[in-house]
Design a protein around this ligand. Structure first.
Ligand SMILES: Cc1cc2nc3c(=O)[nH]c(=O)nc-3n(C[C@H](O)[C@H](O)[C@H](O)COP(=O)(O)OP(=O)(O)OC[C@H]3O[C@@H](n4cnc5c(N)ncnc54)[C@H](O)[C@@H]3O)c2cc1C
Length: 462
């Protein structure tokens, strides 16, 4: 037991879900301790400075308009001002220098999408009409429709709807890869339909924002400072090895260094692949709830930054590309004011790109040089004119072997609720059941829900 009169919670994992839960529970008077394996907090949205003083990130993070719970949290820790909203449009860059843009108008839903349909300058009216027709069930049944399509991949769904290969290849391929790092042949149709339905119904949901600087400075450290000031304890470089389960409840957690920690309640805020590792066999045998978790897997993804000696893309917004290995990227020298630097020197009017490289399964084993070469080739393909003669000044590569859970068909039923069949054990994390899938919004919402469940268990229902 950690505190005397206060109920104690041990949170395993210091990503966004774990840090959010720490704040929620500390604010409610729990004695909270967070255990994090790495030396930095933030998990998949972590950022750190390299030896030359440049920020490196796990990956480009876009703030979707839909993530209300995240913005509520940022308002509480007084960092919402750091989210910089960009023009409400989605631009796709193609091989040969071609591009098209889905813009919106400031009109009530679904009229706000009219310019995207009639004025994108790339897809024909026939293609857009066939696509609009395929969305009739979505328009009629709204959010009740996507769950009925979870048995299909998006390609299978698109083949049934016959809206044409070009839309699938040029619009939906980068969208699937940007959202979950897996291609339309693998992703469940439910995911794309859910996102489309939200974009259709909620006008600002597809608007994108970027942080003005590092997530470490505007998310993780302020969250840690807030909770630490109220008595929460944070321990990094400490990995949990196994949950100690006596057949009825969790009795403690075994750390890799041999120590055992105990608390009144235990909250896993681990990624799915790590949660499965720390669950003892006896828990997996006890209940299908735990056994089913083994069906969920993390997707590999690679994050690359390249500094070029000139401005290749002037866009101050997120960019998508169906051609090459860079489905989603941004010129941070435009989008992120505090990243206009290279080795401590000001760096503007040039390009500091951050790319999400996916699908990454076949690239994980390649050298840094080869990955950068493939990304550079994709850039030169999309920008044949502005990239001519451009030199790379610096590049960085971050490989993540298991990132977000892979939402392939029929996985929904294995996503756990925050409350589990073991009464003192709870689960948070982007992969757990909540509105936003595995995302920053999802991590925060899962932590909110898990904290509410812990409060209920402690008899503190609001
Ligand atoms: C490249 C990339 C780009 C992304 N882009 C976006 C985006 O644009 N928008 C968006 O909303 N989301 C995006 N995401 C997804 C988003 O980052 C995640 O959904 C979210 O951060 C998940 O948070 P989490 O707290 O659930 O898990 P995690 O961030 O994975 O946190 C889990 C923590 O547990 C720790 N841990 C693991 N094992 C142990 C152990 N045994 N003991 C103790 N600690 C342990 C880990 O080190 C980690 O800190 C992106 C992700 C990646 C990888």
């Amino acid at each position: 037991m950690m505190g005397s009169d206060k109920k104690s919670v041990l949170i395993i994992g210091g990503g966004l879900a774990g840090l959010t839960a720490a704040k929620r529970l500390t604010d409610k008077g729990f004695q909270v301790r967070v255990i994090e394996k790495r030396d930095i907090y933030g998990g998949k949205v972590s950022s750190w400075k390299d030896s030359e003083g440049d920020w490196i990130e796990s990956g480009t993070h876009c703030f979707f308009g839909a993530y209300d719970v995240l913005y509520d949290l940022m308002k509480e820790i007084k960092t919402y001002h750091a989210v910089q909203w960009k023009d409400h449009k989605l631009t796709y860059t193609l091989a040969g220098g071609e591009r098209f843009t889905f813009s919106t108008w400031d009109l009530p839903s679904p009229l706000h999408l009219l310019p995207a349909i009639v004025k994108n300058g790339y897809f024909t009216y026939g293609e857009m009409a066939a696509f609009s027709k395929s969305l009739i069930p979505l328009a009629l049944q709204k959010n009740l429709y996507p769950p009925t399509q979870d048995h299909l991949t998006f390609v299978e769904w698109a083949e049934e709807k016959k809206f044409g290969k070009r839309l699938l290849e040029k619009m939906f391929r980068p969208m699937a890869l940007a959202l979950k790092f897996i291609p339309p042949e693998e992703i469940s149709a439910k995911i794309i339909l859910d996102v489309t339905e939200t974009f259709y119904r909620v006008p600002d949901s597809s608007c994108m924002g970027f942080l003005k600087g590092a997530p470490q400075e505007y998310l993780h450290q302020p969250l840690i400072d807030h909770s630490a000031s109220k008595g929460a304890e944070f321990r990094n470089r400490v990995a949990v090895d196994e949950l100690l389960f006596d057949g009825r409840e969790i009795k403690g957690v075994q750390l890799r260094n041999g120590e055992i920690l105990t608390a009144d309640y235990y909250l896993s805020a681990l990624p799915i692949h790590n949660l499965v590792k720390v669950l003892p066999v006896s828990m997996k045998r006890k209940d299908l709830f735990f056994a089913g978790l083994q069906n969920l897997e993390g997707v590999p993804v690679i994050s690359v930054q390249i500094w070029y000696d000139r401005e290749i893309a002037p866009d101050d917004n997120v960019l998508f590309s169906p051609d090459g290995v860079i489905p989603v990227y941004a010129n941070l020298a435009r989008t992120t004011p505090e990243y206009r630097s290279l080795r401590g020197e000001p760096f503007s009017g040039k390009s500091r790109f951050e790319f999400c490289v996916a699908p990454a399964r076949d690239l994980m084993g390649l050298s840094k040089e080869e990955i950068v070469r493939q990304v550079d080739m994709s850039v030169r393909n999309c920008y044949p004119e502005t990239s001519q003669g451009a030199s790379i000044l610096k590049s960085t590569v971050v490989k993540i072997p298991s990132s977000v859970y892979a939402p392939v068909p029929n996985m929904e039923r294995f996503r756990p609720t925050q409350r589990t069949p073991v009464k003192n054990f709870f689960i948070a994390g982007g992969f757990s059941q909540q509105l936003y899938y595995d995302s920053m919004g999802g991590a925060v919402m899962s932590a909110n829900l898990a904290s509410q469940e812990i409060m209920k268990a402690a008899g503190m229902e609001e």
